[in-house]
Ligand binder design. Structure first.
Ligand SMILES: [Zn+2]
Length: 177
């Protein structure tokens, strides 16, 4: 079981040289960019990061994360619990210009002043693993699927309009007199 918090910042070159493995949790409530993309979250993200140096001398991080996010249903806006899981391979670069030299298998991660912000890293990966849109199953959704068919909508509106039309009522009264 992972109970420890992942450190906010590490020195990744040192960790790579020692081939260290970090495991820990990140509180989702502290990730403001994620909240902007996906709404407020609670609970933790479980993270494993393995630092190393590959045969070409590239310093890299094999990572995986798992979290349960609450994402708004596109139809009814009620949040749905949605598990996300991601495996990623990062290549450390000291300069954004060097990112182009990485093979396609590696996502670049910027190391500034020999420091790496792990919260930013985890937040970036979480945002990348968000689904484009999410819906409830029809039976669970507050908005029934038939209301989404615009033609049915229009027909219902027409009917409602004729029932409620006060002039229609007046006309009926006049005819009776
Ligand atoms: Zn829904």
């Amino acid at each position: 079981m992972l109970t420890s918090r992942l450190p906010d910042r590490v020195e990744p070159y040192k960790l790579a040289a020692r081939r260290e493995r970090l495991e820990g949790r990140v509180a989702l409530s502290g990730l403001s960019r994620l909240a902007e993309e996906a709404g407020p979250q609670s609970g933790d993200c479980r993270v494993v990061l393995e630092f190393g140096i590959d045969a070409q001398g590239r310093r890299e991080i094999h990572g995986s994360l798992e979290a349960s996010l609450m994402l708004a249903c596109r139809r009814c806006l009620v949040p749905i619990e949605h598990p996300v899981k991601s495996d990623f391979l990062l290549g450390m670069v000291a300069d954004e210009a060097l990112a182009g030299e990485l093979p396609a298998s590696h996502e670049p991660v910027l190391v500034e002043n020999e420091q790496l912000n792990l919260l930013t890293l985890v937040e970036d990966e979480l945002i990348l693993s968000l689904p484009q849109v999410i819906y409830h199953d029809e039976a669970d959704c507050l908005v029934p699927a038939e209301q989404l068919v615009s033609k049915a909508d229009e027909a219902e509106e027409d009917e409602a309009a004729s029932d409620d039309n006060p002039f229609a009522v007046l006309r009926t009264l006049k005819d009776k007199q």
